[in-house]
Design a protein around this ligand. Structure first.
Ligand code: NAP
Length: 303
């Protein structure tokens, strides 16, 4: 911390995370390390908001903060308080990054673009590929939007047929029209189409919560269903804790390459960092720092 506090003076710019809970976030580590490496006079703090979001948003202006990230449960709630949304944030209906530019608050969504930036960094080709996406919440829709803008050939989306289905269906229709990309929405329990889509897909992406927290022993698909995957299909999980979800372990048993959510986390942060500072995040140093932190906490990666 000495290096960081050495840099703080009367001109230090404040950035932050508004979330609840916020204390386990890796964003302060990522951004503070990046500010130090890039010699930017700024600090990033995590704010655990238990009350008024409107007051917190107002404080971005009043404290002349550079910007904030939003996480659960504020990604949708923040929208009415902003002056402007990027086209992607508008279509997805969720914001994870607010940029404060000359008194105006601009909402962006870097989750989906961060997901694909990570795949590109790992040398995967995205254009003209077919994907199957499980879940269509904030992360799922952001990945769908980014995937459509990246020129995916077809996107198959599986979501529970519940009260939010019609709304998601309308968003997906708008995204398909805007990006001129075939995006097909199916009920999550439509196993026939799920198996057909999986067999035809270059990427299978889990964007549900299944595999983390209390659900860490669960999988969004059965082991039997996984068997239709070709070994050339890359199986991705947006979850990064644990690093290897049950889904990724089952995919490896099918001979598939796997990608966990850590790279997405780093690259969505890198894109927020660039929007705020116009500088590149030192992603390799950030990844090393996160792995070290995780080793210290868990006594080893993947545990
Ligand atoms: P969200 O908006 O609540 O969406 C969750 C999605 O999962 C919804 O579509 C939901 O279905 C579906 N789902 C949940 N439980 C399910 C079940 N039992 N069966 C079928 N579908 C189920 O949450 P989110 O913000 O998108 O976050 C989802 C995951 O992404 C979390 O694990 C989060 O930590 C992770 N994430 C990772 C990153 C990263 O950088 N790596 C960034 C953002 C989020 P319904 O629509 O039917 O309710």
């Amino acid at each position: 911390m000495n290096q960081l506090t050495d840099l703080i003076d009367g001109r230090t710019r404040l950035y932050g995370l508004f979330a609840h809970p916020a204390e386990h976030s890796l964003s302060p580590l990522m951004h503070n390390l990046s500010f130090q490496r890039r010699q930017i006079n700024a600090v990033y703090l995590a704010f655990d908001l238990t009350s008024d979001l409107s007051g917190a948003i107002q404080s971005i202006r009043e404290l002349n903060m550079g910007g904030v990230n939003l996480s659960m449960p504020f990604k949708k709630q923040v929208i009415p308080y902003l002056d402007e949304l990027t086209p992607t944030a508008k279509m997805v209906g969720a914001v994870n990054t607010v940029i404060h530019r000359q008194g105006r608050l601009i909402g962006a969504n870097t989750d989906g673009t961060g997901f694909f930036e990570n795949l590109r960094a790992r040398h995967y080709v995205i254009k003209n590929k077919t994907v199957t996406i499980l879940g269509a919440g904030g992360a799922g829709l952001s990945i769908i939007a980014a995937g459509a803008s990246e020129g995916l050939r077809t996107i198959h989306v599986f979501k529970r047929r519940n009260a939010t289905f019609p709304k998601v269906e309308a968003r997906i229709r708008d995204l398909a029209r805007f990006y001129q990309t075939p995006i097909r929405l199916y009920a999550y329990d439509d196993r026939t189409n799920l198996q057909r889509a999986m067999r035809a897909s270059d990427f299978l992406i889990n964007t549900t919560h299944i595999g983390m927290g209390n659900d860490s022993q669960s999988m969004p698909l059965t082991g039997e269903e996984m068997k239709v995957l070709l070994p050339t299909t890359v199986v991705c999980d947006v979850i990064y804790e644990p690093r290897k979800t049950r889904l990724l372990l089952a995919a490896e048993a099918c001979g598939c390459e796997t990608v966990n959510g850590l790279g997405m986390l780093i690259y969505q942060g890198a894109q927020s960092f660039k929007l705020w500072t116009h500088e590149e995040m030192p992603v390799d140093a950030v990844r090393a720092a996160i792995e070290k932190e995780s080793e210290n906490k868990n006594g080893g990666i993947g545990s």
